[in-house]
Design a binder for this molecule. Structure first.
Ligand code: ATP
Ligand code: MG
Length: 367
């Protein structure tokens, strides 16, 4: 469900929407309606329909849209359009959350209003008809105006039945425009569900964290997650909004928490993981890291560190050249090399640094 917010993207969605709505009631739902009412470009498009999955498939097959049918059994058909993958989800009533991941039973319903009531937050339970009418059965518009995040129905129950919603609640605090706040009942419910939320599969959590890191105010969200016990505490003075993109922000998060590899653990997109690894390496002084110096300097400055001195050698080089085993002496030699490199008028190459270490290697490594 990723995709563009351009006019031509919306035209593609409108066309698909029209085809479905001609057959049975089909609404635009979720983030696209919320973001549209806030006047910002939607991140993705979700359609909800009275058509049951076999009818959705019958209607869309052979129309030139590649379909993702893996979720069809659960009422979800992905349609590849110019606007990215649009999810077409059949209206349902959900109860009984058996394993907190797949609702115990899914029952298709004809009325969209029923479907809106099973959604997580009031601002996410808004729908738009093809004729342009906003459907609001749970006071979502009022909450949207007030930037108030509140569950549909009793907070404790709704968070308990699916603790992923605690992470989703965290995510929306990073959103703009305006200053989003949790309804007090939601705040209490998130804190009460902290243990269950921490047990949610890392990849599912990662999806929500990835979404918040792209938004304007990630540190607000991390602070709330820390205070609620979902994540380690986040220092109040650390403001990620000053870093321009998600990879720099994640590299900063790893450094602040001292948690290298966090991005891999939560399954972030490969491009982000790769760039964070480059930044991590460069920050530690690895001269072979292809991270752009400007980005590394930006990150170092944010962390309040001097820009790293890139070292054209590794610990392995030190062990080979000085003939020493792994251990603290290797780190000490690297530190000595870094101090020497920093003092040179222009960056010495690998050979020069190794020659320096070999030359002074007989001296006791006594820092
Ligand atoms: P974004 O714009 O960031 O994608 P979104 O609200 O559209 O935000 P999605 O993950 O795309 O988020 O979900 C689409 C909609 O599905 C939500 O707006 C919400 O109505 C519903 N939803 C998603 N996850 C849950 C959940 N765990 N419990 C209940 N409803 C959910
Ligand atoms: Mg969405």
């Amino acid at each position: 469900m990723s995709g563009g917010g351009s006019a031509s993207a919306f035209a593609a969605v409108r066309w698909l929407w029209g085809e479905l709505d001609r057959a049975a009631t089909t609404w635009l739902v979720g983030g696209a309606v919320r973001d549209g009412l806030l006047g910002i470009a939607p991140g993705d498009w979700d359609l909800a329909t009275a058509l049951e999955p076999p009818r959705v498939l019958a209607l869309l097959r052979g129309r030139g849209w590649p379909l993702d049918t893996r979720g069809a059994r659960f009422g979800r058909v992905g349609v590849h359009t110019r606007a990215g993958v649009v999810d077409v989800v059949t209206f349902r009533a959900e109860g009984d959350y058996a394993d907190q991941r797949h609702p115990g039973r899914v029952r298709w319903v004809r009325r969209g209003e029923v479907d809106l009531r099973r959604r997580d937050f009031t601002v996410n339970a808004l729908a738009l008809t093809r004729q342009g009418r906003v459907v609001d059965v749970v006071g979502g518009r009022r909450d949207l105006e007030a930037r108030r995040l509140a569950t549909v129905g009793p907070a404790a129950e709704r968070i308990r039945e699916d603790p992923l919603r605690a992470w989703r609640a965290v995510r929306f605090l990073a959103y703009a425009p305006g200053d989003w706040n949790w309804d007090p009942a939601l705040a209490a419910a998130v804190a009460a569900a902290a243990e269950a939320a921490r047990a949610v599969a890392p990849s599912r959590v990662g999806r929500e964290l990835a979404a918040l890191m792209d938004r304007p105010y990630p540190s607000r969200a991390l602070r709330a997650a820390g205070a609620a016990g979902l994540l380690p505490p986040w220092p109040p003075e650390r403001r990620l909004c000053r870093l321009p993109d998600a990879a720099l922000r994640w590299a900063a998060v790893e450094a602040v928490w001292g948690w290298p590899g966090l991005v891999t653990r939560i399954g972030l997109p490969r491009a982000v993981v790769r760039e964070v690894a480059r930044l991590r390496g460069a920050l530690a002084g690895d001269a072979r890291s292809p991270a752009l110096p400007e980005r590394v300097a930006c990150l170092a400055e944010w962390l309040g560190q001097p820009p790293p001195v890139p070292l054209p050698i590794t610990g392995r080089d030190v062990m080979e050249r000085l003939g020493i085993p792994p251990g603290p002496a290797v780190g000490a030699a690297l530190r000595r090399a870094r101090a020497w490199v920093a003092a040179q008028p222009r960056p010495p190459d690998r050979e020069a640094v190794l020659a320096y270490l070999a030359r002074t290697g007989a001296e006791p490594l006594d820092e």
